[in-house]
Design a protein around this ligand. Structure first.
Ligand code: NAD
Ligand code: DAU
Length: 370
């Protein structure tokens, strides 16, 4: 069992409208929120990345209401706001995979930019109808990414909240546009918004198109481990539950109009990440040859950002947040989770997934120069 979802009696139960709550981070957040006694209205379109199995533990929980729909649908969002009168909206819904944004950017503009605009605008209309305490305490939280800041060289300091935006992929450009709209709704209309910019997450329920679950699943199946370019691109890794706790804290204590960077303070090259996964698998899933023999260098991602690093001192100092997991503890839990969730993995292996793997990897010939 992952989270123990017990109903905790809270003095004041919050109702939160969560979007994208059947995806990776969203479902972790929903489980955590319901587990802590909140009521969650979960709006998710159930694209290829949305998976109701992630929410199995709270399938018939009275404090979880699932609604299939898109953030771009003003009517549905307006009805949910009027009916459930949430104190906060947390917008996770997005197209989230950089490689997919390179193959097909339009969906990213539609959901991440236009979709965020629509839900933001519907929330503004709703917020304007509120009075007194309900109006003062309402929050719209935009879940964003460190990728909007662009790429760092090896010796530059980590991204701060003041770092100018410089997105390089269609994914990060669409997220950056959405963040600007969120910011503008605070400055123009006084709407109480918050933005979090987080680094790479990993943990249970992550769709296996992203580096860590892809490597774990490929290794378990004895398939090659495709490392882009020279494998020396650097990412900062944060265990997903730590990210969810940061979001809950920003909702509770963050100052409207502010942005908060969230990070693991755990920079690793991609090769280091793959190597750690192989070491853990050699121990937990014994096969005749070391898993690292499966590593294959393949053609790089176009426009591949070299390094991300986050300075999250504002979140730590102002709101008292702290990561609970180190990369060493979090990655071990994550590998163990995938090993013990074979049925979840089997169900993910849809025709759509196979098609994506062909689309993304068939053209990447093994790169002998790396
Ligand atoms: P994900 O791809 O796993 O999940 C996205 C969810 O959004 C899915 O359940 C999908 O069905 C849903 N969705 C897509 N379009 C929708 C729409 N139009 N309306 C309603 N629902 C829709 O994504 P994730 O990795 O969980 O990321 C969640 C959010 O966090 C995204 O906004 C992403 O940009 C941001 N983020 C992700 C990371 C990371 O490392 N994964 C890091 C920082 C920030
Ligand atoms: O930084 C936060 C971002 O992290 C989020 O906003 C995105 O939603 C999330 O997808 C993630 O983006 P990345 O592009 O960093 O994640 P991804 O897992 O796709 O890749 C991590 C690194 O691993 C990156 O340098 C590319 C590399 N990679 C990835 C895949 C899928 C490989 O070398 N081989 C692969 O097969």
């Amino acid at each position: 069992m992952y989270f123990v979802v017990e109903h905790q009696e809270k003095a004041l139960q919050q109702t939160i409208l969560v979007t994208g709550g059947a995806g990776f981070i969203g479902s972790n957040f929903v489980l955590q929120s319901v587990g802590s006694g909140d009521r969650v209205i979960n709006l998710d379109k159930l694209t290829y990345a949305g998976n109701l199995e992630n929410l199995q533990q709270i399938r018939s929980h009275p404090d979880h209401v699932f609604v299939r729909g898109g953030i771009e649908d003003n009517d549905v969002v307006g009805q949910l706001l009027a009916k459930f009168r949430p104190t906060a909206v947390v917008n996770f819904a997005a197209e989230s995979h950089v490689d997919r944004s390179i193959h097909g950017p339009e969906e990213f503009v539609l959901t991440n930019l236009l979709g965020t605009f629509r839900i933001l605008d519907t929330c503004l209309k709703h917020w304007r109808t509120l009075k007194g305490q309900a109006r003062d305490s309402f929050r719209f939280l935009q879940v964003s990414t460190d990728e909007v800041y662009g790429s760092l060289s090896a010796d530059e300091p980590g991204f701060r909240e003041q770092t100018p935006y410089s997105p390089n992929s269609p994914y990060s450009a669409s997220k950056a546009g959405a963040d600007h709209l969120v910011r503008a709704y605070f400055h123009t209309y006084g709407m109480p918004v918050l933005t979090t910019n987080c680094s790479n997450n990993y943990g249970p329920f992550q769709f296996p198109e992203k580096l860590i679950p892809l490597m774990i699943l490929n290794a378990l199946e004895g398939r090659s481990l495709p490392v882009y370019g020279d494998g020396l691109n650097v990412r900062d890794w944060l265990y997903v539950e730590d990210h969810c706790e940061a979001i809950a804290l920003v909702l509770e204590k963050g100052r409207p109009g502010e942005t908060y960077n969230v990070g693991g303070e755990s920079e690793k090259t991609n090769l280091e990440v793959v190597d750690v996964i192989c070491t853990i698998l050699d121990e937990l899933h014994v096969v005749s040859a070391p898993h690292r023999n499966l590593i294959q260098y393949v053609q790089d991602r176009p426009g591949h950002d070299r390094r991300y690093a986050i300075d999250c001192s504002k979140l730590k100092q102002e709101l008292g947040w702290q990561q609970r997991e180190t990369f060493a503890t979090g990655i071990r839990k994550t590998v163990a989770w995938y090993l013990s969730h074979q049925q979840w993995i089997k169900n993910i292996h849809s025709a759509e997934y196979r098609k994506w793997i062909d689309t993304n990897y068939a053209g990447r010939n093994a790169n002998c120069e790396a």
